[in-house]
Write a new protein. Structure first.
Length: 335
């Protein structure tokens, strides 16, 4: 999962911010280029936010004082069918119109859409009916559904949970900055997250002795990623930062070695994507041309189960939200 997530994350940056695609987006200028790229990248980055916010817990019972767990999870946010393509409305642009593909298609694939042949992708037409008219086929998608059988954005997580006084648990996610790849093509990533789970049943007269666990949960996380885009121009960087929050109520019931749990609440995320450096398009040079920001929020309901054998845990859950998410994980849990 870690290698797959790294591959797809690098794919976001290298595919979306390659010199060829930057040129396609910027033929009509910076303003039009940002609008085009916003639609093209939206499901990838929104999905990443929902995946990053997932997998924080696998029970509604906090650890006892100084109890702890170390858990590794893989979170997959599934891309809705309607997010595989996006429509370009020329009325929203200054110097852009569109033309159907050679096969008659009129909608453009997003980054999370299919990897199409050039004949199947509509044309972007800049400065139409002038001597400066430029016509290029739009960018294609990553084609993950054809390669993996489903269309998703992954976000792995490694976290520590530790029991505090008053039936409270602190959860931490920390990946120090790491760099992969050769100079000129290096990818850098880091993650920080913090969560708090607190047993609220203890404060409610009449139910605190009932045989289930009930907790409130809040978490915040942030991930930073950047990639060098040009060996000859090290200042050409594609970068995206993701931050997210999750607020939920959690209920769980232990049945011998099996614990079933469910949660209900809200999740939200914010993503910024920037391309810095100089990019030549025709006779023009654009500096730091792409600056995008996405915000998304959704109700979140999830259900899952955890199997604990001695100190080892195995869990899986499914969450219903704007981008539905599957989580699977393993861990070690004591007290």
């Amino acid at each position: 999962m870690k290698k797959l997530a790294l591959y797809i994350t690098v794919g976001f940056l290298s595919f979306a911010a390659s010199a060829q695609d930057i040129g396609k987006f910027l033929e009509g200028g910076v303003e039009d280029g940002n609008k085009l790229m916003e639609g093209y990248l939206q499901p990838a980055f929104e999905g990443f936010g929902y995946a990053l916010n997932s997998g924080w817990y696998n029970t509604g019972k906090p650890h006892k004082l100084l109890g702890f767990d170390i858990t590794v999870t893989g979170n997959l946010a599934y891309i809705p069918e309607e997010s595989k393509f996006f429509t370009v409305n020329p009325a929203d642009y200054k110097n852009l119109s569109t033309a159907p593909s050679e096969t008659g298609e009129t909608d453009f694939p997003t980054l999370m859409g299919p990897n199409l042949d050039a004949d199947d992708i509509p044309y972007l037409v800049f400065n139409e009916d002038t001597e400066d008219e430029v016509r290029v086929s739009g960018p294609s998608g990553l084609g993950l559904e054809a390669e993996y059988g489903t269309n998703f954005v992954p976000a792995p997580a490694v976290q520590l949970g530790i029991g505090l006084p008053k039936n409270t648990e602190l959860k931490l996610r920390l990946v120090p900055e790491q760099t992969f790849g050769d100079p000129g093509e290096q990818f850098t990533t880091s993650t920080f997250g913090i969560g708090i789970m607190h047993d609220v049943k203890q404060w409610i007269p009449g139910i605190k002795n009932l045989p289930f666990d009930l907790s409130g949960f809040f978490a915040f996380s942030k991930m930073k990623n950047s990639m060098e885009l040009d060996v000859d121009n090290p200042e050409n960087i594609g970068a995206f930062d993701v931050s997210g929050t999750t607020i939920q109520g959690i209920i769980s019931k232990k049945l011998s070695v099996l614990t079933v749990y469910a949660g209900l609440g809200m999740t939200s995320s914010k993503v910024t994507f920037n391309v810095t450096g100089d990019y030549e398009v025709g006779d023009e040079t654009f500096t730091d041309p792409i600056n995008l920001e996405y915000s998304s929020a959704s109700p979140r309901a999830n259900i899952g189960a955890r199997l604990k054998l001695l100190i080892f845990t195995f869990h899986a859950e499914y969450a219903l939200q704007k981008y539905n998410t599957f989580t699977g994980g393993i861990g070690i849990s004591i007290r």
